[in-house]
Design a protein around this ligand. Structure first.
Ligand code: GLU
Length: 281
């Protein structure tokens, strides 16, 4: 049986792009007789707002998307992240870093999926642990893990190349995890067998595959779906003024009809699916 999830971050209201992601994950589970979980990625304390979580629940109900079991919250799992972080430190795979974004941008010699790639400045520096972000020594991690592969339902099986990110942060200065570590541990803890998410996170799966190998976690299959984009090709985003689902719900629109339209790939004027393989559930 497959088990997949929708994992929104409560740092703003959901919009149509999120609805498409949620419908995709929900339908993949339902059409295969599997389970659909809801996980709230709320560890970004500065940006997370509890009121958005309440809105998420209402939005999903309004769209007609029921999730299995209770919603899960990353903020309840900090101890688990800390434990994994300690384990990676004990393996000698993490090192502390105090570099600022500006320093990294100035020293970087290449671009990665998230911008300038950290050039490894602190790898052999033994910076102080206090107040540091902790980075993964990717070369060393790959030596231990050996060659790895992962499978996306559309893209097929491909070699894991986490080095495209350079030595990424796994433990943030202010948190016992970064997105990469938290998402990987959660998917394992929740028994997720199919990680459904947008194409924008495709590169992250290289990192998650490596973390699974290092931490002895089960390896799911991935399903990266195309994103809703505006006519200039940019991803729909709340900051660009696309109406939130909450606004549409309060205006009396029919959420189930909106979900149906997304299933039929009918989008409002000026909105389309990004390039990438579309594979309706
Ligand atoms: N929280 C992430 C987002 O809202 C999704 C993470 C994931 O699906 O792995 O974009």
């Amino acid at each position: 049986m497959i088990r997949t999830r929708f994992a929104p971050s409560p740092n703003g209201p959901l919009h149509l792009g999120h609805a498409f992601a949620a419908v995709t994950a929900h339908d993949l589970a339902r059409t295969r007789g599997g389970e659909f979980l809801l996980r709230i990625e709320d560890i970004d304390g500065e940006r997370s707002r509890p009121q958005f979580v309440e809105e998420f629940f209402r939005d999903l109900e309004w769209l007609g998307l029921a999730w299995d079991g209770e919603a899960r919250f990353q903020s309840h799992r900090l101890a688990r992240y800390t434990q994994a972080g300690e384990r990676l430190k004990a393996m000698g795979l993490l090192y502390p870093c105090h570099c600022t974004r500006a320093e990294i941008a100035a020293a970087a010699t290449r671009m990665g999926p998230d911008g300038p790639v950290y050039p490894g400045t602190c790898r052999h520096r033994q910076a102080k642990a206090e107040g540091a972000a902790w980075r993964l020594d990717v070369a060393r991690a790959l030596e231990i893990a050996g060659p790895l592969e992962w499978t996306d339902e559309q893209a097929g099986t491909l070699p894991a190349t986490p080095e495209i990110f350079g030595d990424m942060v796994l433990l943030r200065k202010d948190l016992p995890a970064s997105y990469h570590l938290a998402a990987t541990l959660d998917d394992a803890a929740d028994g997720i067998t199919l990680v459904t998410r947008g194409m924008d996170l495709f590169p992250a799966s290289h990192v998650h595959r490596l973390l699974q190998a290092l931490l002895g976690l089960p390896v799911p299959v991935w399903h990266h779906h195309p994103l809703l984009v505006e006519s200039d090709g940019r991803k729909l985003a709340k900051r660009r003024g696309s109406p939130s689902l909450g606004d549409r719900r309060r205006a009396g629109e029919d959420g189930k009809a909106i979900a149906e339209a997304l299933r039929r790939r009918q989008f409002p004027a000026g909105i389309s699916l990004s390039a990438g393989v579309d594979h309706p559930a």
